[in-house]
Write a protein that binds this ligand. Structure first.
Ligand code: ADP
Ligand code: MG
Length: 506
């Protein structure tokens, strides 16, 4: 093996990002590294490139132990990386970008003719017909990325790491990039390829390694895997055993409830393809999909957070303007975001202040809610949601994760929204709090509130949702209702599993 990683462990305060992970890479192969967001892919790569020091484990390159302490050192050892955002300088010429740090000199001066000649030589075999004396920024992202690859290969030459290189490329550009990558593979480079796009993984890779929650799940030849199996590995589900158990508990024969909100042609270019969505009174709509598929982006669009490039919204009484969160709140919407640490709570404010926050914002800061009224509100929600805190004056940052999450929920409930969006409402909280939040969701819908719930836990999503919309590669690809809502149908929609494709095992 060209590169071998054994027992790699890396922890951050409160997180085990990599737990005893193994990985290897042969010369002349493309090895895809897969897993949902947070699985540990970037951490593994950063340990390889010297950006992080692992806590434990060993990395061997060409039979020798290495422990790079910087990206420069990793490059010298032979490991080069190209990220999604091209990390070159758009205002310098292509040639300067290719050669910086090692420009050919004449009489002590950088020789621009020499630089140009060297750059042209570096680009040989990449199939680019470009003028290297033009600024890099005048070329497409695809060309910039190929220039970045050419530089990385020239500097490093053994291992090339591509961390989501195709995220902003169109289909033709991806093909162009892949031709380059295949050429490098055939020359004997070992290539690590991180991508969210399964089509691309099947198109380009020889082997696949899946990580989940910092653990190594599987390493397989791509020919031995199909899409559904690969997604099962990523999500941690073995479908066959679960299909029967998790059909929706909601009565499929119940009369259709009246639609309360209509979103039409909602979309944002480059972020999420436009979609229609009706929300009925008292229903829970689930959004399923891999992390990074566009679930959160869809929700943010509905809440006016992202500036849609298209779309209209209306309710029974007419059009709604949703061009900002403030407007969305005014329309009776609420949004409890996924990352409560950064978006959700103010850690050093008290439970009472956090709960009163959104209500206060809606009233306007000029009309302060009296402290006694705030306290009454807080006490009510502390009781109703069973928030474990000594009292309402405790700083939210001192509560456990599950109780912080309940405070975020309480804040939105205090506004009495008609439509509440919950992004991963149960992530990272303990089992007890988890069950209580699910119970609460049922209670709220019984009171007539409508919810949009995003969750990576398929069982949970199926348990709470009347309908499930599946998002894949930034598109809403399926809507499942009633008895069609099952782990299997969702995973198949995520995997877009129709006919097996050429070269895939059935
Ligand atoms: P991926 O690239 O697969 O999405 P990452 O390697 O970025 O996953 O993250 C793995 C886990 O480690 C996540 O829980 C993430 O929050 C955590 N993590 C990554 N980098 C840091 C950091 N610098 N500080 C704290 N936690 C981190
Ligand atoms: Mg990453």
């Amino acid at each position: 093996m060209l590169l071998t990683i054994r027992s790699l462990t890396k922890t951050f305060p409160g997180t085990v990002a990599l737990d005893d992970v193994k990985f290897d890479l042969a010369a002349g192969e493309v090895h895809a590294l897969l897993g949902e967001n947070g699985a540990g892919k970037s951490t593994l790569i950063k340990c390889l490139t010297g950006a992080y020091r692992p806590d434990a484990g060993e990395i061997t390159l060409d039979g020798r132990r290495i422990a790079p302490r910087s990206t420069g050192e990793a490059q010298e050892l032979g490991i080069g990386t190209v990220y999604q955002e091209v990390n070159l300088l758009p205002n310098l010429t292509v040639a300067q970008n290719l050669c910086f740090g090692r420009e050919p000199r004449r009489f002590g001066m950088v020789s621009s003719r020499g630089t140009k000649a060297m750059a042209e030589e570096m680009l040989e075999g990449y199939g680019l017909d470009i003028d290297v004396s033009r600024d890099l920024g005048t070329y497409s992202v695809a060309i910039q990325q190929i220039v970045a690859i050419a530089r990385a290969v020239a500097l490093s030459g053994k291992v090339l790491i591509l961390d989501e290189p195709t995220a902003s490329l169109d289909a033709r550009e991806v093909e162009m990039l892949f031709d380059v990558v295949r050429g490098l593979r055939d020359k004997g480079l070992g290539i690590v390829f991180v991508s969210h796009f399964l089509d691309q993984v099947f198109d380009l890779s020889d082997r696949v390694t899946v990580l989940r929650n910092g653990n190594h799940v599987v390493t397989e030849d791509i020919a031995a895997l199909n899409r559904v199996r690969l997604i099962e590995h990523m999500l941690g589900h073995a479908l066959e055993h679960e299909v029967e158990d998790h059909t929706t508990p909601h009565d499929a024969t119940a009369p259709e409830r009246e639609a309360m909100l209509h979103f039409t042609d909602m979309g944002k270019r480059g972020v999420i393809e436009s979609f229609d969505l009706d929300i009925r009174k008292g229903e829970v709509v689930g959004l399923a999909g891999l992390l990074g598929s566009g679930r959160t982006e869809s929700a943010e669009l509905l809440f006016g957070l992202r500036g849609a490039t298209s779309g209209t919204a209306r309710d029974q009484s007419g059009p709604l303007k949703l061009d900002s969160p403030r407007a969305a709140i005014g329309a009776g919407f609420g949004f409890a975001p996924e990352d409560r640490k950064t978006d959700g709570i103010v850690a050093d404010l008290s439970v009472r202040e956090n709960i009163a926050l959104a209500l206060q914002a809606r009233r306007g800061w000029a009309r302060a809610i009296p402290k006694a009224e705030q306290a009454k509100l807080a006490d009510m929600y502390i009781r109703r949601l069973d928030i474990r805190t000594s009292d309402a004056e405790k700083a939210v940052g001192d509560l456990s994760g599950g109780n912080q999450q309940k405070v975020v929920l309480a804040r939105w409930l205090a506004m009495n929204p008609r439509f509440l969006i919950l992004d991963e409402p149960t992530r990272g909280i303990d089992v007890g709090a988890h069950a209580e939040i699910l119970r609460l969701i049922h209670e709220l819908t019984a009171e007539g509130m409508s919810l949009l719930v995003i969750s990576s836990e398929l069982d949970e999503l199926i348990a709470v949702s009347d309908r499930v919309i599946v998002v894949r590669d930034r598109r809403h690809v399926a809507e499942l209702t009633g008895a069609d809502v099952s782990t299997e149908t969702i995973v198949r929609a995520i995997a877009q599993h129709g006919e097996p494709r050429d070269g895939e095992a059935a």
